[in-house]
Design a protein around this ligand. Structure first.
Ligand code: FAD
Ligand code: UDP
Length: 395
């Protein structure tokens, strides 16, 4: 006799754990979550490094959302620490205010200015394009060539190893452009981090599931398929891997992370640059569009508010994706959409398997969008409608 579960869930990131929690607490059914890494939380996990500094292990994860449903759902498992995510762009030996706003324009002019003057400047410089088709057009149609070349072109080439012209408008279109002094990096209304960190939030979700949830870490689900029984699978891993790459590899972009730690004395020497006691750099994230092999340096202590005299920074180096390693970013462009379209047809036809999450539907989704997708996928499963679960939802 093999152990029997109602649901097999592949992946213990936000998508997998939210599904497990809903299934167990609403229907009382059992779930086995299988995760190939040695921890829960997927890419959103955080941890204290060996120096006691809280870091985001897989790149900075700034929680933001316009979805009241998602915020209320997560608030069952965490309190929040409101954060205004602040970023600078370092180029031409200067820390520029970023995303582009009135204060960036003032740095560019070297004097004070007004919204009216900046709007007029943009009017004179932007390239008239009615429906921007790619990431170059979406930026030049808002700010013109000069600011595009200063802040966007080099960063995008480095990050994606593709020209901005060869990426959907949604990629660079994520970054707001403002003519006032609002310097927040993100647009969403709710911007906050889990007060006690993401890992505590994930542990609280698991705790709420009680003994109807079993989690197997360090296990590829394929290794155990012959040793268990289940009725329905939710799959949150890469969709091309599920189908043995039968239509070839979907393109992904990968990253490597380089951590550097600084003690209080070293940070003291950085004060003329950071302008703050106990920090390496002036804001939580500094982007490097035109210099260095890394795209950004993240010092997440600015956002977590951790009270410690030391700090850890993480340099992010874009990397080619190698099959089987971590697939961080789906590549949003026409070529990848074409390949995904074929996998999606297979996914829709797969009996008793639902594909949910950033890698399973091959879409550059933020955490709140994945959570909403998991909530919706659960509702459809419970209500046993015939509707497909494999569609993204806007958060
Ligand atoms: P994941 O977190 O990727 O979880 C999927 C899990 O499935 C993984 O743990 C994986 O190990 C496991 N898995 C895969 N295949 C198998 C298998 N065969 N067997 C067993 N387990 C398997 N979002 C934001 O909202 N704000 C941000 O600031 C932000 N920053 C980001 C920065 C980076 C560098 C990256 C890469 C993403 C960022 N995101 C951000 C997006 C966020 O990471 C995702 O929205 C979220 O992690 C998606 O959750 P998920 O559960 O769908 O996928
Ligand atoms: N981008 C850029 N310059 C920057 C920051 C971002 O050109 O200083 C572009 C780049 O193509 C990047 C995209 O905008 O991939 C989205 O940026 P975001 O910071 O949202 O990326 P993520 O945090 O998802 O890696």
């Amino acid at each position: 006799m093999f152990p029997k579960f109602d649901f097999l869930i592949v992946g213990a990131g936000f998508s997998g754990l939210v599904l497990a929690e809903r299934i167990i607490n609403v229907t009382g059914k059992t779930c086995l979550v299988v995760e190939k890494r040695d921890h829960i939380g997927g890419n959103s996990m955080d941890e204290y490094d060996e120096h006691g500094v809280l870091i985001h292990k897989y790149g900075p994860h700034y929680f933001r959302s316009n979805s009241q449903e998602v915020i209320e759902y997560l608030s069952q498992f965490t309190e929040w620490r409101p954060v205004e995510y602040k970023v600078r762009s370092h180029t031409r030996d200067k820390y520029w205010k970023f995303p582009v706003n009135l204060e960036t324009f003032e740095q560019y002019l070297g004097r004070e200015s007004t919204t009216e003057e900046f709007e007029q400047w943009l009017e004179d410089n932007k390239v008239p394009i009615e429906n921007p088709k790619n990431s170059e057009e979406v930026i030049i149609s808002q700010v013109g060539w000069e600011l595009y070349e200063l802040f966007f072109k080099g960063y995008t080439l480095k990050q994606w190893k593709r020209h901005p012209r060869d990426l959907d408008a949604s990629v660079c279109g994520r970054i707001p452009i403002r003519t006032n002094r609002d310097g927040r990096y993100l647009r969403e209304e709710f911007q906050a981090l889990p007060k006690a960190g993401y890992q505590t939030l994930f542990k609280n979700i698991v705790k709420a599931c009680g003994d109807k949830l079993k989690i197997m870490l360090k296990t590829d689900y394929r290794e155990i398929l012959d040793t268990i029984e289940y009725d329905t699978m939710f799959y949150t891993g890469p969709v091309d891997a599920y189908f043995d790459f039968c239509y070839g590899d979907l393109p992904y972009r990968s990253l490597t992370f380089e951590h550097e730690h600084f003690d209080a004395d070293q940070l003291k020497a950085r004060e003329p640059i950071s302008g703050k006691v106990g920090f390496y750099q002036p804001e939580m994230q500094v982007n490097y569009p035109n210099d260095h092999d890394y795209t950004r340096i993240v010092e997440v202590k600015h956002a977590t508010g951790q009270a410690c005299t030391n700090s850890t920074i993480v340099k992010e180096y874009p990397a080619d994706y190698v099959r089987g390693e971590e697939a961080y970013y789906p590549v949003p462009n026409d070529e990848s959409k074409e390949i995904y379209r074929k996998y999606k047809a297979l996914a829709d036809a797969e009996p008793n398997v639902h594909f949910v999450g950033r890698l399973a539907i091959y879409k550059y989704l933020n955490m709140d969008q994945c959570i909403l997708m998991a909530l919706r996928a659960f509702e459809r499963t419970v209500k046993k409608t015939e509707q497909s679960c494999n569609e993204p939802v806007e958060a």
